[in-house]
Design a binder for this molecule. Structure first.
Ligand code: TXA
Ligand code: MG
Length: 326
């Protein structure tokens, strides 16, 4: 299978849209992370996403659309609060879960009666959806449980030979995945903290319950311990609790620039000034660098859990989750 890593000229976008229409897989940039896209209404095409990612079939996929009119064809109903959020925060890093219409194939929702929907805020993603003339199902374009890709090169390195085309839109500006709010239950629930911070969301719709209402009935993102994990072991450390004499084989992920010189084999600083936005944008690239550095362990410094810090800490906790021995 041929792989192209290309800048996204109109001609290439046209080719990408044709590939989607023909049931192919196209990796594309969004403002959060790169997605691995297929025609959401074509179950065979969506099945290929699960194969390439090695993703369990019980983990449902977000459907990406370019405008509100497409939502009506996919969602059976839209609660008032969901509508408010969508109007305020789309296009952008927000995913809403709504009751689905029949047209959405079961493979997309893993048999759930709800569908996850999002309008991404990226010109290439929006052009691709419009030109393909169909909603695009797309998880993050990484192997299941591994770090999400925030550059086209990450996609290339991880699953490059298994996709039909990778559209290169440069590094993702937000760098952590969308915030997921579930409106298919009685009260809105935050299933995953992400690019739109909870504080802003609650200003628009009032209190949001954190976590899921009925965990046994639904598979929530990140319920799996090793989501977003590098291969190298990650230890969470408190702010400033660096090792005094770390060996060359130990790496460090700092939230902000440390105030003294440190001895680690490889150090990545998320944001010199401790800015959450910059830190989120650098998070996955920093973890990719550390994971590629041949280290035995990575110490990851906790960040304050407010604003985007929630999404960052959520990913760091997952990165530090239990590993399989293999
Ligand atoms: O920013 C993002 O959301 C990126 C870009 C590509 O849009 N996508 C992304 O997709 O992060 P993925 O598949 O890596 O994470 C989506 C999560 C999954 O863990 C899945 O469990 C959850 O959304 N999900 C999808 N549909 C759902 C549903 N109907 N009910 C509950 N959770 C759902
Ligand atoms: Mg993912």
């Amino acid at each position: 299978m041929t792989v192209h890593l290309v800048n996204s000229s109109p001609k290439i976008l046209h080719q990408a849209a044709l590939l989607i229409q023909q049931g192919g897989l196209v990796a594309f940039p969004t403002e959060t992370v790169y997605g691995l896209g297929a025609n959401a209404l074509d179950p065979m095409a969506v099945a290929k996403i699960f194969e390439v990612k090695n993703r369990p079939r019980l983990d449902p996929i977000i459907v990406h659309v370019a405008d509100f009119s497409q939502i009506d064809s996919l969602a059976a109903s839209i609660p008032e609060k969901a509508k408010k959020l969508m109007e305020k925060f789309w296009p952008g890093p927000l995913t809403v879960i709504l009751p689905k219409k029949k047209i959405v194939p079961d493979i997309v929702t893993a048999g759930l009666p709800s569908v996850a929907l999002r309008i991404p805020n990226h010109p290439i993603a929006l052009d691709l959806i419009r030109q393909s003339k169909c909603p695009i199902a797309a998880p993050s374009a990484n192997p299941f449980e591994y770090l999400s890709p925030t550059t086209a090169q990450h996609v290339m390195d991880q699953i490059g030979e298994k996709v039909d085309l990778i559209l290169d839109g440069g590094p993702c500006s937000i760098g952590v995945e969308s915030t997921i709010i579930d409106f298919s239950q009685k009260v809105p629930c935050l299933l995953r903290p992400g690019g739109w911070v909870l504080e802003k969301i609650e200003k628009v719709i009032g209190p949001v319950r954190e976590g899921i209402e009925n965990p046994s009935s639904i598979l929530a993102p990140g319920q799996m311990a090793r989501h977003y994990s590098p291969r190298t072991r990650v230890n969470l450390i408190s702010r400033g609790q660096y090792r005094e004499n770390a060996s060359e084989k130990i790496g460090l992920l700092c939230f902000r620039a440390p105030s003294r010189s440190l001895h680690y084999g490889h150090i990545e600083i998320l944001s010199v000034s401790g800015d959450f936005k910059e830190a989120a944008a650098n998070l996955f690239s920093a973890l990719h660098h550390l994971d590629d550095a041949g280290l035995q362990e990575i110490d990851a410094e906790r960040v304050p859990e407010e604003g985007l810090g929630r999404a960052i800490m959520n990913r760091l906790r997952k990165a530090a989750g239990q590993k399989n021995e293999a």
